[in-house]
Design a protein around this ligand. Structure first.
Ligand code: AMP
Length: 283
């Protein structure tokens, strides 16, 4: 496995690669969720590149960029064990040279709501770094988790709008045995908060049961029930509960098509997001 830290070296490496290149972009502090993407990509690609880069431009000024968990030595061991060919771990200057002004942004409904509303600039930071990684690494395929459902859809839209020759693959959320979605930020939770965080998977399960088992189609009723459940957990504070069209993330009044329940909830100082597909029963 090669560790590459500059764009120039990465471009030289690409020139020597023959066959399909797959990319899994990450911010490190790897867990089984990341590794599930790596394993799938390993099966597909002849050359597998994993990027490890804590992208400063996707964090707001009051957010956790400085505190974000970092464990590069452990990450390298895990990636080596998965048979990764290249780890691309650039410095911030390498991705954002002095005077950088090449922002890549998806505008409109898809980015205005949800994370776009609660984390101004976050999605623009994501599309910008992903576009730069695609430009340097030139993968045919790139792999993203459904865990970050809005990010996945925004990256897909960015690829369409910029006409980039990359196939974006979305893969299911990997969970802890008790249902909590794996996340690098789970490391911030105290033992008490870790228990409280189970309110997220419970809320998703409640919504799924209402829509899929009981046939509820009134999105407001689902949102209300989910909000009530979360409010009963004293350590939890809701940023948003949304019932949205599965693809466009447009808010729904009636769940008459495939939908997503999207949650952003703060548990103490830790902000967690999660989501679940809701498939309405046919009438
Ligand atoms: P991050 O390091 O948080 O930027 O995540 C890197 C990639 O891993 C993104 O595409 C995430 O959606 C994906 N990912 C994060 N957590 C999970 C999970 N629990 N299951 C599946 N994919 C995940």
């Amino acid at each position: 496995m090669k560790l590459i830290t500059t764009a120039a070296e990465m471009e030289a490496e690409w020139a020597a690669m023959k066959g399909r290149v797959g990319l899994v972009p990450t911010m490190g502090a790897l867990h089984e969720g990341h590794l599930s993407l790596v394993r799938r990509a390993r099966r597909d690609a002849e050359h597998l590149v994993v990027s490890v880069f804590v992208n400063p431009t996707q964090f707001g000024p009051q957010e956790d960029f400085a505190a974000y968990p970092r464990d590069p030595d452990r990450d390298l061991l895990l990636l080596e064990a998965e048979g990764v060919d290249v780890v691309f771990a650039p410095t911030a200057e390498e991705i954002y040279p002095p005077g950088f002004d090449q922002w890549v942004e998806v505008r409109g409904l898809l980015t205005e709501r949800l994370e776009g509303e609660f984390r101004p600039g976050h999605l623009r930071g994501v599309t910008t770094v992903v576009a730069r990684l695609f430009c340097i690494i030139r993968p045919q395929r790139a792999y993203f988790g459904e865990k970050d459902a809005q990010q996945l859809r925004v990256v897909r839209r960015m690829v369409e709008e910029q006409r980039l020759p990359v196939e974006v693959i979305g893969l299911p959320t990997v969970r802890e045995p008790d249902g909590l979605a794996m996340s690098s930020r789970n490391a911030y939770l105290s033992a008490e908060e870790r228990k409280a965080a189970l309110v997220l998977p419970r809320a998703l399960e409640l919504a799924r049961r209402m829509v899929e088992d009981e046939g509820v189609r009134d999105a407001a009723a689902v949102r209300r029930a989910v909000e009530e459940l979360i409010r009963r957990e004293p350590r939890a504070c809701i940023d948003y509960v949304a019932v949205a069209d599965y693809e466009t993330l447009e808010e729904l009044a009636e769940i008459d098509r495939p939908a997503l329940l999207l949650l952003a909830v703060r548990i103490g100082a830790t902000r967690l997001i999660d989501n679940a597909a809701l498939t309405p029963r046919s009438p």
